[in-house]
Design a protein around this ligand. Structure first.
Ligand code: TRP
Length: 333
């Protein structure tokens, strides 16, 4: 039986952090056994808002691949591939651009939010406005039927499926399958400062390569309940990053529930909760860090992994490109 095809990926704009681990890397490890998984190093998509910083986009290709391998992505079971080296994705993007309107792109909630967040105003790079179309090309080219993405990306899958229906209607038969977005139930990990999103640029992230000292410092500085002044005071667990992280990383759910109850009642100090969290994070990150630094000394191996994944992806995406172009009735040589 063939396994369902799953495509996910990351823009190559910097090394990954604990938020990526909780939100996506962990579930990708599980998918390796049940799905045919492709991981896309989305360097072309990274350029849509980083054209001024090609150096960062380029060096992050290896960084992100190192993170994948360090957490246990197994290239024998998951293909890691490089977007810019897959010409069929660009060709399908050009085709699909004729099937969507600018108005529809501007209405896409993901794009709307991101334009606002990045302060583009009217000076939106055209590639940025159109990246949902490029992502539709990614998804359909791999014939992925399952796309795990963050909640904020769900509208992209909806737009992908509109394009799929358009292509099928124009061809008069089913050339492409719709895809299903799956949103990881873990939800998004907040930054150590309590802001909604962990991000390197906001300076509130714990990278997967963090040193033991980095981890200690991050936990020490972590946002808790600002009104919880004395150990005996009752404290708030909601919005308290230490407990959010314990929920995400402590497997002993009963113990966490017990700690929360004590914190709420009064009698549990921040330091005690933080000590527990720190032990868990140190134990989680230590093997990742070790493996990452070993792999970082063998860049040729990492490049080879990406090359092999990309060659496999090239065949698959090129075949889809041909099926779609032929299916729509374009002239073939
Ligand atoms: N948009 C994704 C992100 O920002 C990266 C990505 C590019 C992607 N192409 C994809 C994810 C295709 C899933 C499927 O993280």
């Amino acid at each position: 039986m063939t396994r369902p095809i799953i495509l996910t990926g990351d823009r190559t704009t910097g090394p990954l952090h604990l938020g990526h681990y909780a939100g996506s890397l962990r579930s990708r490890l599980a998918f390796q056994d049940s799905h045919e998984q492709f991981l896309l190093l989305a360097d072309m998509q990274a350029l849509t808002d980083n054209a001024h910083n090609v150096g960062k986009v380029r060096s992050s290709v290896i960084e992100v691949a190192l993170d994948y391998l360090a957490v246990g992505i197994d290239p024998e079971r998951t293909s890691i591939c490089l977007q810019s080296q897959l010409p069929a994705l660009a060709e399908l993007s050009m085709l699909y651009l004729n099937l969507v309107t600018v108005a529809r792109l501007e209405r896409n909630p993901t794009i709307k939010d991101e334009i606002r967040a990045r302060g583009f105003g009217r000076d939106i790079p055209a590639g940025f406005l159109c990246y949902p179309v490029a992502q539709a090309a990614d998804i359909t080219a791999f014939r992925a039927t399952i796309v795990p993405v963050g909640e904020d990306q769900a509208p992209l899958i909806e737009q992908t499926n509109e394009i799929v229906r358009r292509v099928n209607a124009l061809a008069g038969r089913t050339l492409l399958q719709e895809a299903e977005a799956i949103i990881p139930c873990a939800g998004r990990l907040p930054g150590v400062d309590g802001r909604a999103k962990m991000s390197k640029s906001a300076g509130n992230a714990i990278p997967l390569s963090a040193s033991p000292d980095d981890i200690s410092a991050a936990v020490r500085a972590m946002f808790t309940d600002p009104d919880h002044l004395r150990v005996a005071d009752p404290g708030k667990v909601e919005g308290n990053v230490v407990f959010t992280y314990l929920d995400a990383f402590d497997d002993d759910h009963d113990a966490v529930a017990e700690l929360k109850a004590r914190y709420r009642r009064g009698g549990l100090g921040d330091t005690t909760a933080k000590r527990r969290l720190e032990d868990i994070l140190q134990a989680l990150i230590a093997p990742i860090r070790t493996r990452r630094s070993e792999l970082a000394n063998d860049r040729d191996h990492v490049t080879e992994v990406i090359r092999r994944g990309t060659l496999k992806a090239r065949e698959i995406t090129e075949r889809t490109r041909r099926d779609v172009m032929e299916g729509l009735g374009l002239f073939q040589l």
